[in-house]
Design a protein around this ligand. Structure first.
Ligand code: ADP
Ligand code: ZN
Length: 443
């Protein structure tokens, strides 16, 4: 690997003795819970209903007394109901898509943004990113946290940012070749696409100064890491995060690549049993829950991510004292992550209903395309009265569905019309999503 051994003062918190970090965590937890209780009616009512007061948090284990928060809370209080700081202190808004197309909105104070970018910077420092390095950010810029998250973190280290954003793959390759970026950040599936495109354009990525990549926003595998490292001659890091907790940089793997270190003094992780909702010991798999210990714009207390992982109990060979979680391989809900965008089947339903109010039977197929880029195919079964002998009519109907889906999902899906009564019916809960992607192999 071409990565130099990193050390950067910004990383010193990665090596804090565990007891010292626990002291910090407790003090911060007590403060944020009191702040949330005072400022967010939804959470205050929930704590009252559970008979818990901020003063009841005397040890870190007392966190288990607190109620959970969920994505539905953000939707139900859309847009600003979970903000815990006055709007004049909010310097940034980000969003992530929710069911039925309604976004969830998060607000950040200046300190929230600073902490977020500090975490991204600490992660980038794993690849020795420093002044003089050029980082090509091909995550989308905008409400999505990927672009600006990586941007701020890289700038904090004094690196030169190339804010390429997503799309226009040919131009991305030209920029990589002409500007000589050392580091790239994008979704793993997009990078696989870049590898393919570069090959077609006759650009040898291995011959470029590119030495490391930060890939996240969607599940990927060790096989994909090997593929990327071999085909681009870079070291591939896994960057994990979610908008509710801040964005990318809640955790990052180090050069040992044996799990994702969580920036625990800011984002307190728990793993809970999805049935009993009780915390499980380190090492046991369950749903990842986070409490944002220092985020004051829109704090999240015991936020249920739906991501399934486990805390790795062993100390990492890299010497960091930050605990690690296993790579996220699956989720406990039906959310699909496609090209880094969160999609729920209910959004697909909303689009289909616009065209046919009786809601046709449908199936969502997810495949790894020939170029490595994921492909979403939506099979829609039409009713007998919709069938026409004229190909033009059928094509017009297909386009109608496709355009409703494009508008609501904001992504491109292949739409296939299926003859009446051809899709299997299921008894009980309908299985709508068939994830055949290599990067989504279940455990
Ligand atoms: P972000 O802006 O960080 O992508 P979103 O809120 O759009 O955040 O999506 C967050 C979800 O994306 C996470 O809950 C998780 O399911 C998935 N995700 C993010 N990073 C990774 C990663 N490195 N590996 C696996 N899944 C990830
Ligand atoms: Zn490590």
């Amino acid at each position: 690997m071409k990565t130099p051994a990193p050390f950067n003062a910004i990383c010193s918190a990665d090596y804090l003795p565990r007891e010292k970090r626990a002291e910090l965590q407790l003090a911060r937890l007590q403060k944020i819970v009191a702040h949330e209780y005072a400022n967010v009616p939804l959470y205050r009512e929930r704590m009252d209903a559970q008979g818990v007061k901020p003063e009841d948090i005397k040890t870190l284990a007392d966190i288990a007394k607190l109620p959970f928060m969920m994505k539905t809370d953000l939707r139900d209080t859309y847009p600003f109901g979970l903000f815990a700081s006055p709007m004049e202190d909010i310097v940034r808004i980000h969003a992530s898509s929710g069911t039925t197309g309604k976004r969830i909105i998060l607000g950040y104070t200046q300190r929230d943004v600073d902490i977020w970018s500090e975490c991204v910077a600490r992660g980038l420092a794993n690849a020795g990113v420093t002044k003089g390095d050029k980082i090509h950010v091909a995550y989308g810029y905008g409400l999505f946290t990927g672009g600006l998250g990586l941007h701020d973190g890289a700038q904090k280290l004094g690196a030169t940012v190339i804010p390429a954003s997503g799309g226009n793959t040919e131009q991305q390759i030209n920029l990589l070749r002409d500007l000589g970026a050392n580091i790239i950040a994008c979704t793993p599936s997009y990078f696989v696409h870049l590898i393919d495109k570069a090959e077609k354009m006759g650009v040898d990525l291995k011959a470029l100064p590119l030495r490391a990549g930060f890939f996240g926003a969607e599940p990927w595998t060790e096989e994909m890491r090997t593929y990327i490292e071999e085909h681009a001659g870079i070291e591939a890091f896994d960057i994990y995060g979610l908008t509710e907790i801040s964005g990318p940089g809640v955790g990052l793997d180090c050069s040992a690549h044996q799990g994702i270190h969580i920036y625990e003094e800011y984002f307190y992780p728990e793993i809970i049993d999805t049935e009993t909702l009780q915390p499980v010991p380190d090492g046991v798999e369950g749903e990842l829950v986070f409490t944002t210990l220092c985020k004051y714009g829109a704090p999240m207390i015991r936020y249920r991510t739906r991501d399934i992982s486990r805390i790795i109990p062993e100390v990492c060979p890299c010497g960091r004292t930050l605990r690690r979680i296993d790579r996220i391989r699956r989720r406990s809900d039906d959310m699909i992550i496609f090209h880094g965008v969160n999609i729920f089947p209910s959004q697909v339903e909303a689009a289909l209903l616009q065209v046919d109010s009786s809601l046709p039977h449908y199936r969502i197929q997810l495949d790894s395309g020939a170029s490595g880029l994921d492909v979403m195919t939506i099979e829609i079964e039409i009713r007998p009265e919709m069938v026409s002998d004229r190909i033009e009519d059928m094509e017009a109907l297909r386009r109608k569905f496709a355009s409703a889906l494009d508008t609501i999902l904001n992504i491109h899906a292949v739409v296939k019309l299926m003859p009446p009564n051809t899709l299997p019916r299921s008894e009980g809960k309908a299985k709508r999503v068939f994830d055949n992607r290599k990067s989504q192999l279940p455990k």
